[in-house]
Design a protein. Structure first.
Length: 63
């Protein structure tokens, strides 16, 4: 299956000046947490209890 986008914004929670999103890399399936407040932001991979990255199978990724 060919994909047009490398990253998919899966879930978003937003407030007045802040936003939290889950971003999925469509090539690796790795999930990332993106947090932004005002002009500051950060990105980090989501990890399971063993410290391994959370991976979404390609069949579950919605474009």
């Amino acid at each position: 299956m060919a994909r047009n986008k490398r990253f998919v914004w899966e879930k978003v929670q937003s407030g007045i000046m802040k936003q939290t999103s889950i971003i999925i890399d469509t090539e690796t399936g790795i999930n990332y947490l993106f947090a932004q407040e005002g002009y500051a932001g950060g990105l980090t991979p989501l990890l399971d209890k063993d410290g391994k990255p959370i991976i979404t199978p390609p069949s579950e990724i919605i474009d």
